[in-house]
Ligand binder design. Structure first.
Ligand code: TYM
Length: 338
């Protein structure tokens, strides 16, 4: 039987965090053998905010090396840079013509970003969910493993793909989001009502995948907990809920099981267990990362091969879309001019 297709990507801004791993990468790796997988590094998404051109390529390579260090297998999955496959932008343009301004106005991430980025409200920030929809349907993805914050963008992708199909026939499968039960929304360590964000400039808020173990232990020890001493998931206890959620995701158990285990225990014990579990998770990833990152030629060659492979599927889809829209087919013959 033909495998279904899975696609997911990360925008290379800031530093990859534990949230990106638990919400996304881990769930890609777990499904890698079951699906035909595409894992773009979505670098075109990162330039909606200013990036330093002298360090951008290095950051992108760090992210790709981390994909691999976390277990993405480039022998079986297609790993590539979005900017190397021009069809992403081509399809995004077409899909923009089937997306309503009102739909984009309702995107909560856009509303947040426009509040924060008052000095630079570029059009890319507004239309970015359509580029994301194009990333997904370009490969006819069936499954898209993401964190909770991407749920609304996935809904938009489904609406736009469904609308296009309604007008032109079944061109795109309607993709499903895969959002895990635990780890889908890892929160900031110092403000657990806010999501842990890779572009957060306050290091104490974030556990980066490349943080060294002493930093990880210190950040978790100092993270904000709540008044009282009960170790439970509850709305008025966002700090403790976040630690339980992290521990459940890292040790692959449920928060309900952990609540039972920690009856009568103090926050100190919970924090030191979370720190130990996170450090044990990160150490092997960091060791693999330093090996992989040191061979830049190999990384770039892998990206080139990935782009070649991704490009074949992408071109086929764009041709199909052009055909559905009634564009003049591009002839492979070049004849004398009339
Ligand atoms: P991005 O780059 O912000 O985040 C990458 C992935 O990490 C997840 N994530 C989290 N999960 C749990 N807790 C957190 N605190 C947390 N922060 C981030 C995100 O949900 C995401 O899965 N628009 C996307 C990138 C993208 C994409 C795509 C994703 C572009 N094209 C196509 C899937 C398919 C984004 O900005 O994610």
């Amino acid at each position: 039987m033909k495998k279904q297709t899975l696609l997911s990507g990360i925008a290379p801004s800031g530093r990859l965090t534990l949230g990106n791993y638990l919400g996304a990468i881990r769930n890609w790796v777990a499904r890698q053998d079951q699906y035909k997988c595409f894992f773009p590094l979505v670098d075109l998404h990162a330039v909606t905010v200013r990036q330093d051109p002298t360090t951008f390529a290095d950051r992108c390579r760090d992210f790709v090396a981390l994909y691999l260090a976390c277990g993405v297998n480039p022998q079986t999955s297609v790993v590539f840079a979005q900017s190397h496959v021009a069809e992403h932008c081509e399809l995004a343009w077409i899909l923009q013509c089937y997306t309503q301004v009102g739909e984009l106005n309702r995107m909560t991430q856009y509303k947040d970003k426009s509040r924060r980025n008052k000095g630079d409200m570029n059009a890319g920030l507004f239309s970015y969910p359509v580029l994301m929809a194009a990333d997904i349907v370009l490969y006819k993805a069936d499954l898209v493993p993401v964190g909770e914050d991407q749920r609304q963008h996935l809904e938009l992708t489904r609406d736009v793909a469904g609308r296009f199909n309604g007008l032109f026939g079944d061109v795109f499968p309607i993709p499903e989001a895969y959002i895990p039960d635990s780890g889908a929304r890892v929160m900031s360590l110092q403000d657990p009502t806010k999501k842990m964000s890779k572009s957060d400039t306050v290091a104490a808020n974030v556990i980066a995948l490349l943080d060294d173990p002493t930093d990880v232990a210190r950040k978790i020890k100092r993270c904000v907990t709540d008044s009282g001493n009960e170790i439970v998931v509850r709305e008025d206890k966002p700090g403790v809920s976040n630690l339980l959620n992290i521990l459940a995701a890292v040790t692959e158990t449920t928060t309900a099981a952990l609540e039972n285990e920690y009856v009568g225990q103090g926050y100190g014990r919970l924090k030191s267990d979370v720190a130990d579990a996170v450090i044990a998770l990160l150490e092997p990833i960091q060791a693999r990362f330093s090996d992989l990152r040191s061979d830049e030629l190999a990384l770039d060659a892998m990206l080139a091969a990935g782009a070649l492979e991704a490009g074949k599927t992408a071109r086929r889809t764009v041709q199909e879309v052009h055909g559905a829209l009634g564009f003049i087919p591009k002839s492979s013959r070049v004849g004398p001019r009339a």
